[in-house]
Design a protein. Structure first.
Length: 92
């Protein structure tokens, strides 16, 4: 759902978001489709591929207790690095 407080994505940003959503989860490697979690709201090119559980799960998710993240010793920057690597590799 699009927030009223941020601008809509451009065509290029929408393409990027769709590519991110098609990736496996950058935390647990669950097959996509995934959510595109923005590290900073409105900065579409910093979106991270996250399954529902790693994104919004009450125990495991980023917007919950972050247990999946703690188990794997990851933060948003680590997950972004995985997402960027996978996007790069998919272009080869």
């Amino acid at each position: 759902m699009q927030s009223k407080n941020k601008r809509p994505p451009t065509v290029a940003e929408r393409r990027h978001i769709e590519a991110v959503k098609a990736l496996p989860c950058s935390v647990c490697d669950a097959n996509g489709p995934c959510d595109a979690h923005e590290i900073k709201q409105g900065q579409w090119f910093s979106a991270v591929a996250l399954c529902k559980e790693c994104h919004q799960g009450p125990l495991m998710g980023w917007h919950g207790q972050k247990r999946a993240w703690a188990i794997r010793k990851m933060d948003e920057l680590d997950a972004l690095a995985v997402t960027v690597r996978r996007l790069f590799e998919s272009k080869r």
